[in-house]
Write a protein that binds this ligand. Structure first.
Ligand code: ZN
Ligand code: ZN
Length: 385
């Protein structure tokens, strides 16, 4: 049956490449991916999927379902298709979309006989406020048993952990006054921001090595001769696990409270972007994926390593057994989020990545659905951790 999967993906390969190229030529940033959602939705419809557009009140999200004729696990393949401002598909999400689509079409070739069902999920805005978080909260993964996506990268690498992230904004409100003539009448909101940075810098000495805290002053006052009455700063707080992220976040907030108290200003804080959870890779799924990739001719698959970034797939992986492997584009010097990376997605190597990623995902889904025992082990690992 794996040959059937490969054959069916090969049969639509030109279409997959065309769609990836279309996305490359029409890059759309997060929540503006109307053309991408349209072209992917239309293709899925053509290949027998029931497509719902604008799910979860997100106009550019979609869910495409192929029911299958027999009972069995439901597998989700996730498509990302948002681009980066200025450099288009510098993160290669055009390839992710084509791989997810191809995997859905490939698995469809055998699912009636095999049992189970397929969902291809269109998940916008990974680069900013990832829609996967809303889709998880909206219950769109409640009926899903397995979730997979594949991301292009410099090298082929197993799915590894990613950092959990909180995005916090602090606002300080003081009182304006002439900075030279009546400084005693002013309450300096800039001092509060500076004290917040000082507090966080002191905290840095006492956090575990996986923690990352980095921020900017987004408003620092208007003129040097006016005591700043309003300032804002934004921070990302990251850690290997979401629990640690939340513990450190509390300490950062305490720094802000202290800074406000020291300077006499009012402080408010809020999440300026959605929080991402850490990625919990299911090792059984990941191992099967690697075996399939090697079967497809991939020579070197690197061990999964911590991605020192944060992915909205993390939130999916907390509710459904998941993998987020990396498919190499054959150049170790490539750097994500660059024009060079974007340009590589439309070369032969980019096209090969679509085929390999799509086949390996569909073949992995096949392995799991075909064996109740494997499915049980996957569930056991998922609930244990
Ligand atoms: Zn990216
Ligand atoms: Zn990406």
């Amino acid at each position: 049956m794996k040959d059937k999967i490969k054959q069916d993906i090969y049969a639509v390969f030109e279409e997959l490449v065309k769609i990836s190229r279309f996305l490359f030529e029409n890059p759309e940033i997060g929540y503006q991916e109307f053309k991408a959602a349209e072209i992917l939705g239309e293709s899925l419809k053509k290949h027998g999927f029931k497509v719902e557009k604008g799910v979860c009140a997100i106009p550019t999200a979609f869910r495409a379902v192929y029911g299958g004729k027999k009972e069995g696990p439901r597998v989700a393949f996730l498509c990302e298709y948002d681009a980066l401002p200025g450099i288009g598909h510098g993160c290669g999400h055009n390839l992710i979309a084509a791989m997810g689509l191809g995997a859905g079409i490939g698995l469809r070739a055998v699912i009636d006989e095999l049992g189970g069902s397929i969902v291809v999920m269109g998940t916008p805005a990974e680069e900013t406020s990832g829609a996967k978080v809303s889709l998880v909260e909206g219950g769109f993964f409640e009926d899903v048993d397995l979730a997979m996506m594949a991301h292009p990268g410099p090298s082929t690498q197993e799915s590894g952990p990613s950092l959990a992230l909180n995005a916090l904004q602090f606002e300080f409100t003081g009182k304006a006054a002439h900075a030279a003539e009546a400084p005693e009448k002013g309450i300096n909101a800039l001092n509060a921001v500076i004290q917040l940075f000082n507090g966080i810098n002191a905290l840095r000495q006492h956090v575990p090595g996986d923690v990352r805290i980095h921020g900017v002053i987004t408003e620092g006052g208007k003129a040097a001769n006016i005591v700043p009455d309003y300032t804002t700063a934004q921070f990302y707080i990251r850690a290997a696990k979401r629990q640690r992220r939340d513990e450190v976040t509390e300490k950062v907030v305490a720094c802000a409270r202290g800074a406000a108290m020291m300077t006499g200003v009012k402080m408010k804080f809020s999440n300026f972007e959605i929080s991402y959870d850490d990625l919990k890779t299911n090792s059984i799924m990941s191992d099967l994926f690697t075996v399939n990739l090697k079967e497809l001719g991939e020579k070197e698959v690197r061990k999964g390593q911590l991605v020192a970034a944060s992915l909205d797939m993390g939130n999916v992986s907390q509710v459904v057994p998941s993998i987020h492997p990396w498919i190499g584009l054959g150049n170790l010097d490539l750097v994500l989020h660059t024009q060079e990376f974007a340009d590589t997605t439309i070369t032969k190597r980019g096209e090969e990545a679509i085929f390999k990623g799509a086949c390996a995902m569909a073949m992995t889904a096949y392995d799991i659905i075909a064996s109740k025992e494997i499915m049980e082990r996957i569930k056991k690992e998922f609930t244990k951790k």
